[in-house]
Design a protein around this ligand. Structure first.
Ligand SMILES: [Zn+2]
Length: 230
């Protein structure tokens, strides 16, 4: 199993590690700082350097339960070789900011989330909601939360605690990862947002760029899509 260093520190941009396996799509490593595609967030890109050779990582995702760094060519690579990872930080930081802003959006719109997507400078959530919220009101509230500079904390609760508080799960489409007995929780401020999440977040809401505009689309009687543009 790859040790996922980004879970506890999403600000790591370089790291040395060892190739643990080579698969047809790319490399599996002992440790990684690359986030694999999931929860609406794209997998990380960057590069891997071995000796003086640098290979581009064009994406990261789970394949057959293995965290694979996708590369165009695996020729000449060997298991147990030491490699240096360099993350495409510009893209990832943009995803972290957009991802964290969607937690803030959850706190403003207290309805179940049915889907979502995180892009570079843009993010959206779909809500199980009948009436369209006022987009100018959403814009004002989210920028207020960004300005107020709340801290983001990583904590955990037990499977049992989550079972006893099912309302903590905001995203109906994604089940929180169970099995280890502990569920990773993301907390913003004292009581802004608290929900299970495995993604990458910024440390402070003030790191998020101001939302420039909010768009709300009707995707069905009980489905409203809220798009944030930065
Ligand atoms: Zn999250």
């Amino acid at each position: 199993m790859t040790i996922e260093l980004f879970r506890n520190d999403s600000y790591l941009i370089e790291h040395n590690t060892i190739i643990s396996e080579i698969v047809s799509e790319g490399l599996v490593l002992n440790e990684t700082i690359f986030y694999p595609e999931g929860g609406g967030q794209p997998g990380d890109e960057g590069s891997i350097t071995i000796d003086n050779q640098t290979i581009n990582v064009i994406g990261t995702r789970y394949i057959n339960n293995k965290l694979v760094h996708l590369v165009e060519n695996i020729d000449g690579l060997k298991k147990d070789e030491e490699v240096r990872l360099n993350l495409n930080w510009v893209k990832r930081y943009s995803y972290m900011k957009v991802h964290t802003s969607l937690h803030l959006l959850c706190s403003i719109i207290p309805f179940p989330v049915t889907g979502g997507s995180i892009g570079d400078g843009r993010g959206r959530l779909d809500f199980d909601l009948e009436s369209k919220p006022d987009k100018e009101e959403v814009l004002k509230k989210i920028n207020q939360l960004i300005n107020e500079d709340f801290s983001i904390y990583i904590t955990s609760i037990t499977d049992k605690e989550l079972d006893e508080n099912p309302e903590l799960v905001r995203t109906m489409a994604v089940n929180p990862p169970r099995g280890s007995g502990q569920i990773r929780m993301i907390k913003i401020g004292d009581n802004i947002d608290f929900q299970p999440c495995g993604g990458t977040h910024v440390n402070k809401t003030s790191e998020i760029d101001h939302v420039k505009s909010v768009k709300i689309e009707n995707k069905g009687k009980m489905n409203k899509r809220i798009i944030l543009n930065f």
